[in-house]
Design a protein around this ligand. Structure first.
Ligand SMILES: CC(C)(COP(=O)(O)OP(=O)(O)OC[C@H]1O[C@@H](n2cnc3c(N)ncnc32)[C@H](O)[C@@H]1OP(=O)(O)O)[C@@H](O)C(=O)NCCC(=O)NCCS
Length: 211
């Protein structure tokens, strides 16, 4: 497939763009199919209930500030990133193996953007598409920092996020016996940011939690 047929698009997050919720709703079936395909082959996929994940996407895309970045080849969806700002009342920082300091977990409008999903179809990986989606969804964000949750068994994602400057600040408690533990990562977004320097490097929240 010629690279020229690869397109990236950011939806939501700005008055000039279609809302991520509207477009996410319109292509929900496509996004859920992508999700099912990506997670079907992952070592930690057994932890994830497809019905619960589909419902989660439906809830997220209606929340204020939801943004969606998509990568298509010849119109076919091959990757996406989703995210939204954390609300002051968020439960994001709960359910950790050790509590973080209040100054880390305190939320106020504009403090934290949650990168909820980043996925690329297996046959399209290692070509920079994940990085492009990551950069597109985070570019120009007004928040001070971004955060995400990644399973410890997600080897490729762990390597990618480390390479892109994310820092692990906490571990989540397993929500069910045998479930994979997750790491909670943070990335500073300010122009002068050196990644998460104000945060302790540590040894999440319910991933279906309240953003
Ligand atoms: C994580 C993911 C989105 C990366 O997508 P991608 O398109 O392959 O990313 P890139 O091509 O931009 O690769 C970025 C870097 O990640 C690292 N990386 C990616 N796959 C890797 C692997 N299998 N092993 C080691 N490092 C890997 C490399 O450093 C790579 O850079 P390089 O190719 O220049 O060496 C993709 O692997 C994926 O969809 N994984 C499953 C879903 C997932 O776990 N998402 C994260 C949870 S939110």
């Amino acid at each position: 497939m010629p690279a020229s047929e690869l397109t990236l698009q950011l939806l939501g997050g700005s008055a000039g763009r279609p809302s991520g919720g509207a477009v996410g709703g319109a292509c929900a079936a496509e996004l859920e199919a992508l999700h099912a395909e990506v997670y079907r082959t992952l070592p930690y996929a057994g932890d994830l209930d497809p019905g619960r994940l589909a419902g989660r996407f439906g809830v997220q895309c209606r929340q204020p500030g939801f943004v969606l970045a998509v990568a298509r080849s010849g119109g076919y969806l091959i990757g996406c990133a989703t995210g939204l700002p954390l609300r002051p009342s968020t439960s994001w920082w709960r359910g950790l193996t050790a509590p973080l300091a209040d100054e880390v977990t305190a939320e106020s409008p504009g403090r934290t953007f949650a990168l909820v999903e980043l996925m690329v179809l297996a046959s399209w990986r290692r070509q920079g598409i994940g990085r492009s989606l990551h950069d597109l969804i985070l570019s120009g964000r007004p928040e001070e920092r971004a955060t995400l949750v990644v399973p410890q068994g997600a080897t490729a994602a762990q390597a990618a996020f480390q390479r892109w400057g994310w820092r692990k600040v906490a571990r989540t408690r397993s929500v069910s016996p045998g479930a994979h533990a997750c790491d909670l990562l943070v990335l500073d977004l300010g122009e002068d940011a050196s990644p998460a320097d104000d945060l302790p490097a540590v040894p999440a929240p319910d991933q279906c939690g309240d953003y």
